[in-house]
Design a protein around this ligand. Structure first.
Ligand code: IMP
Ligand code: MG
Length: 184
């Protein structure tokens, strides 16, 4: 019964230590890529990326400006509603800026595609790259096949994962590790 699932029953996939060391490595790759910039706009995608974003920016060597955006594409649970429904755009003008979007996970690719199109075509940023802690390439929908994260922490199989910001029905975001939920 998923409704009554306890954290003790969740199988750990990535420990706190493993996450910390991979996030540090990613921050290194990202810092190297943007080494000549003096103002990188880091846009965390709420809520799933809040912990990843917080850890990542503390290891970045590039001066950055931190912003957040909120989308909604998922209903409670694990099934996509199929559409990006709402965007809370409490963003300053980012026209002509270099933007790094920080995502928790790329699954169907819908959200990543939406964000890339939004920043490139509507905001008209100078550049838009995506950093995703997790990627499930096996879940990518045909129409979003070209979508990829520019910086990826871990590629995973078709698992539903929680913890380190990721939720199942708004639960388990607070776990310091990432675990797998068995969905039958
Ligand atoms: P996409 O638009 O299908 O790529 O889904 C992206 C969003 O779905 C992510 O930002 C997550 O919020 C959510 N999501 C996808 N897979 C998982 C998972 O395994 N655990 C928790 N959330 C997930
Ligand atoms: Mg979510």
């Amino acid at each position: 019964m998923l409704e009554t699932l306890k954290k003790e029953e969740i199988k750990v996939l990535y420990s706190e230590e493993t996450l910390a060391s991979r996030v540090k490595e990613l921050a290194g790759e990202i810092s190297e890529y943007y080494k000549d910039l003096d103002n990188l706009i880091v846009v965390g995608v709420l809520k799933g990326s809040f912990i990843f974003t917080a850890d990542l920016v503390r290891d970045l060597k590039v001066p950055c400006q931190l912003e957040f955006i909120k989308l909604s594409s998922y209903e409670d649970g694990t099934e996509s509603s199929g559409k990006i429904k709402a965007v809370d755009l409490s963003l300053p003008a980012l026209h002509g800026k270099d933007v790094l979007v920080v995502e928790d996970i790329v699954d169907s690719g819908r959200t990543a595609k939406f964000l890339k199109d939004y920043f490139e075509q509507q905001v008209e940023v100078k550049s838009c790259k995506i950093a995703a802690l997790f990627d499930k390439p096996c879940r990518r929908l045909e129409e979003f096949k070209i979508v990829h994260a520019d910086f990826t922490g871990f590629e995973i199989e078709d698992h539903f994962i929680v913890g380190y910001g990721l939720d199942f029905a708004q639960k388990f975001r607070e776990l310091p590790y990432v675990g797998v939920i068995e969905i039958s």
